[in-house]
Write a protein that binds this ligand. Structure first.
Ligand SMILES: Nc1nc2c(ncn2[C@@H]2O[C@H](COP(=O)(O)OP(=O)(O)OP(=O)(O)O)[C@@H](O)[C@H]2O)c(=O)[nH]1
Ligand SMILES: [Mg+2]
Length: 322
């Protein structure tokens, strides 16, 4: 991507100053998503008033990048990062994160552009970052979450990949392959992102792993994941195999003390999930465009109720994963 610039800014519908999500950027990687982009962009901005949407397009042959430029020209909340060619989802995210961080984002959301990640979850996804979460995962594999419209093969790969990574890497989260996440700025900054693998699946696993290595408090909220609405999948067997091999390698490196400079968070430092509708125990800090400070959200976690958010039991898991 080197040298690519965020898209032009044209102020036609500037966000109201002081709206709730002024500090929030949504990074949306696209490759051939022309059919999905206009609708999903509008839905994201509707759900997160005041947020900035950064489309990261890899020179999509179907003209998604051009379309994104026209959205940016019509709406100052939309920006575009153009990369010269398809370089993988992970690279797209890392470049998008870099741009968002440089622009002062306090909360950074990552999501797919194909409607698999329902924008209506966005407020719930970013909310725990106002409290004590460092990373929030939209999770298919906690109670209340799930997958629709997927065949058994895809379910097994997804669920199996998460379970494999969870066990091998000793991670507390139940959905490690999903890409619907919200990060606190400080957490992304704490991760050594240069060596992260770019493949779609492994990127998701590795970023959560590195976040935990850096001491992040990880929260899962339930989401129901849908199959892409339009367009073509970029999933391949190679992506899955790469993920499995990298998981093993990360474990091997950990055993050998590699990448050891990062503190491992204690196991009880992780909330498995947070209920969507829990009442706030303390008033939320005032919305701010400045990066959130750890001290602003350091209150203990009365909202993180492991009962409401328990991982699926064997019966549930069987239903969903086949
Ligand atoms: N910029 C960029 N975006 C990508 C690349 N690969 C995938 N994407 C986007 O990343 C998101 C997830 O990719 P998908 O193809 O939906 O992958 P998936 O969700 O694992 O598989 P399906 O939903 O079955 O298609 C979508 O918004 C894609 O357009 C890439 O190399 N570069
Ligand atoms: Mg998808």
């Amino acid at each position: 991507m080197a040298g690519a610039e965020p898209g032009r800014l044209h102020a036609m519908t500037s966000p109201q100053p002081g709206t709730a999500y002024d500090d929030t950027w949504v990074v949306l990687p696209t490759y051939n998503e022309a059919e999905n982009l206009p609708g999903i962009a509008a839905a994201i901005l509707e759900r997160l008033p005041g947020a900035t949407l950064l489309v990261v397009d890899d020179a999509s042959p179907d003209g998604t990048g051009v379309l994104a430029d026209s959205l940016a020209a019509a709406d100052a909340r939309v920006r575009v990062l153009h990369r010269p060619g398809k370089q993988g989802l992970g690279r797209a995210y890392l470049d998008g994160f870099r741009v968002a961080l440089a622009a002062g984002a306090g909360r950074i959301v990552q999501m797919d552009a194909d409607w698999s990640h329902d924008p209506s979850y966005l407020p719930a996804l970013v909310e725990p970052l106002r409290r004590d979460a460092n990373l929030v995962i939209g999770s298919r594999y906690v109670r209340g979450g799930g997958v629709t419209e997927w065949g058994i093969g895809r379910r097994v790969i997804s669920r199996g990949g998460s379970t494999f990574a969870r066990l091998v890497l000793g991670l507390p989260a139940h959905d490690l392959t999903g890409g619907f996440k919200a990060w606190r700025r400080e957490t992304l900054e704490a991760i050594p992102r240069d060596g992260v693998h770019a493949g779609g699946y492994v990127f998701q696993i590795e970023m959560t792993y590195l976040a935990r290595q850096a001491g992040a408090r990880v929260v899962e909220i339930p989401i129901v994941f849908r199959d892409r609405r339009a367009g073509v999948s970029k999933m391949s067997r190679r992506i899955v195999v790469e993920a499995l091999l990298v998981v093993l390698r990360l474990r091997w490196e950990a055993l050998r003390g590699g990448r050891a400079s990062h503190r491992r968070a204690p196991a009880d430092d992780v909330a498995r999930s947070t209920p969507l509708a829990a009442p706030a125990a303390t008033p939320l800090p005032a919305p701010t465009a400045a990066p959130l400070d750890l001290a602003d959200v350091a209150a203990p976690a009365p909202l993180l109720d492991p009962i409401d958010a328990a991982p699926l039991g064997p019966a549930d898991a069987g239903e969903r994963s086949g």
